[in-house]
Design a protein around this ligand. Sequence first.
Ligand SMILES: *Cc1c(COP(=O)(O)O)cnc(C)c1O
Length: 369
Amino acid sequence: MERNLYREQILSFKPYVPGKSIDDAKAEYGLSRMEKLASNENPLGPSPKAVEEMKRELERVNLYPDPEASALKLKLADKLGVEPDAIVVGNGGEQILQLIAQTFINPGDEAVMADATFDMYASSVSFLGGIPVRIPLQKMKHDIVGFAKAVTDRAKLMYICNPNNPTGNIVTKAEIDRLICQIPEDIILVFDEAYYDFAKADPDYPNSLDLLAKRPNTVILRTFSKIAGIAGVRIGYAVTSVGHARQMSKIKPTFNVNRLALAAATGAAEDGGHIRRTVELNDASMRMMEAFFEKHKLEYVRSYANFVFVDLGMDSRMVFEELMKRGVIVRPGFNWGFVDWIRVSTGTLEQTQFFLDKLKELIVRESRN
Ligand SMILES: *Cc1c(COP(=O)(O)O)cnc(C)c1O
């Protein structure tokens, strides 16, 4: 018999399924207009300050980037009120998730997470021989009681996706307060706050930095991909206790974040105007979608992020295809076991209206059948 040369976890590894790219979709469907509302990207475009800083940096790409990301960490530390050494900068939030698993998971260790949630928690944990423990959503929300009950001696990590992708709802401050009383202190509680800026104004949204100050076994993930509109250059970060940050930094690839990404994030960190405009557009676009869903009696989950999860009562594989034919890319819910649901990102008002027009065509067509 032939020897298997691969690591054990390679054969069973389930790669992340990204949203379809605009160019691929246009070519496949022979369309000139294609609106992508599938990856929660920023419809306003990148932060202008990020672009400015990247332009400045272009002439310096002969030099390796700062492996410590010192300038950015100083800026973020000041903004967040933490030590610069409590921050780890990564090649996107995706790399932060990998580093979290690599720092804490031994084979056989368990990681508690929701089902459905962001797929990269399970994949990064199982790739290292860890075991994802998936707790089904309760009324579409993280089942915090179920999370606490699922903790065994092997539990190391617990992931709270807040707001949750794909459902868009939050775990409230009161729920987090209850949870931390019910779990051991030595569980690493990971708050994935990729959509932080969209949710932060809500009084029920927990302040995870306050929690970190009291509970050092906490890791907070944030990213510039969504709010700052720089998903294409890849930069995100973790805030945790200095001790954990040291270990994570020790094992990260040396030059993990390139010069352009560091420059972009430094600019974006100062671009309060772009954040405000992004949040305002998101609110307006979200209200348009909600009004349409209400009018057509479609069940949806109230969102605290820049996407919404909606039950169309039609197979999401069909909806995905039919919308694509009409020039809109969305995320079909069957990926997460929600066959009749889709996740759709907010766009510009024009893009959102385009999506709603196309969706209406499908609803009308379906009601005739
Ligand atoms: C987008 C996203 C991330 C990180 O994305 P990056 O582009 O890798 O920074 C992390 N978690 C969730 C839930 C996300 O939706």
